[in-house]
Design a protein around this ligand. Structure first.
Ligand code: PLP
Length: 408
């Protein structure tokens, strides 16, 4: 992988922040966008912009082709069987809420169980809490091992005949761990439960095949994988999506409307009420082309190497705690240095042009499990280099000296 050539395609990376060349290590929150994606969105607005599925005029059909063409790219990217199984959403959060509000509320009742893990992002936690409150179902958690991983024996113990839904993140946005979602899906199915996968942190970084995983639903966000904000998708097995009721009603999603009754369009449009995020879908299609050209396997290997190098360099810093195991992880390294608050670490790093995330990362239950109120997180993507890791490690050494009193 020619990272120098890849970096050339990201205009934002070539600037100084606070007098230093930018080192962007916050891609798990949101990735940067390559020129091809920026151009595709601009070209769409300059040449093709119109509403979709309505106009008979040329721009209307160009916009519709661009929007539906992007859906086909997502289908192929995830290896879904049909474009009817790809619902465009605002992102992972909206996709998971759609499953919770439409599917889960209709199948869960008193005595039923929904199985999660304590490492879930709030987006894959709170929608299920709301379902539990509304239906009388109970939430159950697969316990974590001391290093944050989950064991299949524990999955077997947690899932039973009362389980209706199992929802697990493929990759942890804090620990960088890749969870065995394919094996969990098989266990869920043996008990008649449905498997939901939060793919926010997996889709950008590794090859995903929803048919191989045999998950029932899969959610992801475009902005973490080089696409614009405001676009993502929900994959769902066709038979399940067909059973489900829409949760948003209005234009675009109807077949026939009468004064007292209406009927819905077929899949996937019945779930896409209102004018959709057309330019976002165009940008997502361009991002998929960009990632496919480089190769998801190459991206994954590059990030594995970078995070192993980062783990090695950061472990050498006195007083540092790195969370999660040093194996089977994507490009995410989460840490604390002594008693220094991670916001202070991130602020000092910013003065040196280095962008990392600090906070609870939308994982408050996991933070409590880690016994940390917050952490700092460096996350890598295809445009990061060993030099970025060196800059981070060197700056952290200086941070440690700066805050030496708190590290002891
Ligand atoms: N799930 C995980 C694991 C995430 O990391 C994130 C975002 O950080 C989300 C869900 C929510 O994604 P979005 O804010 O794009 O809906």
């Amino acid at each position: 992988m020619n990272v120098t050539a890849i970096r050339e395609q990201f205009p934002i990376l070539h600037q100084e922040i606070n007098g230093h060349p930018l080192v962007y290590l916050d891609s798990a929150a949101s990735s940067q966008k390559p020129r091809s994606v920026i151009d595709a969105v601009m070209r769409y607005y300059e040449l093709d912009n119109a509403n979709v599925h309505r106009g008979v005029h040329t721009l209307g059909s160009r916009a519709t082709d661009a929007y539906e063409g992007a859906r086909e790219k997502v289908r192929k990217f995830l290896n879904a069987a049909s474009t009817q199984e790809i619902i465009f959403t605002r992102g992972t959060t909206t996709a998971l809420n759609l499953v919770a509000s439409s599917y889960a509320r209709s199948v869960c009742g008193e005595g039923d169980e929904i199985v999660l893990t304590p490492m879930e992002h709030h987006s894959n936690l709170i929608p299920w809490q709301q379902v539990a409150k509304a239906t009388g179902a109970t939430l159950k958690y697969i316990p974590l091992q001391p290093d944050g991983t989950i064991r299949l024996e524990d999955v077997e113990e947690t899932i039973n005949e009362r389980t209706k839904i199992v929802s697990v993140m493929y990759v942890s946005n804090v620990l960088g761990i890749v969870n065995p979602v394919k094996e969990i899906a098989a266990i869920a199915h043996r008990h008649g439960a449905k498997m939901v996968v939060d793919g926010a942190q997996s889709t950008p970084h590794m090859r995903v095949d929803v048919q191989d995983l045999d998950c029932d639903f899969y959610a992801f966000s475009g902005h973490k994988m080089c696409a614009p904000t405001g676009i993502g998708a929900l994959y769902g097995k066709k038979a399940l999506l067909e059973e489900m009721e829409p949760i948003e009603f209005g234009g675009e999603m109807i077949d026939h409307v009468d004064l007292y009754e209406s009927t819905w369009k077929e899949l996937p449009w019945k779930f896409e009420g209102g004018t959709p995020i057309i330019s976002g879908a165009v940008g997502l299609g361009a991002a998929i082309d960009f990632l496919e050209e480089i190769g998801l396997d190459n991206i994954e290997a590059h990030e594995h190497a970078l995070s192993a190098y980062a783990y090695e360099r950061l472990s050498a810093i006195d007083g540092i705690t790195i969370y999660g195991p040093n194996q089977n992880r994507v490009g995410i390294v989460t840490f604390n240095i002594g008693d220094v608050h991670p916001h202070d670490v991130a602020t000092v790093l910013d003065t040196k042009g280095i962008a990392v995330r600090a906070g609870h990362h939308c994982c408050q239950p996991l933070m409590r499990w880690l016994n940390a109120s917050a952490t700092a997180r460096a996350s890598f993507y295809l445009y990061n280099t060993e030099e970025d890791v060196n800059r981070l490690a060197d700056a952290l050494h200086q941070t440690k000296e700066f805050f030496g009193y708190a590290i002891g």
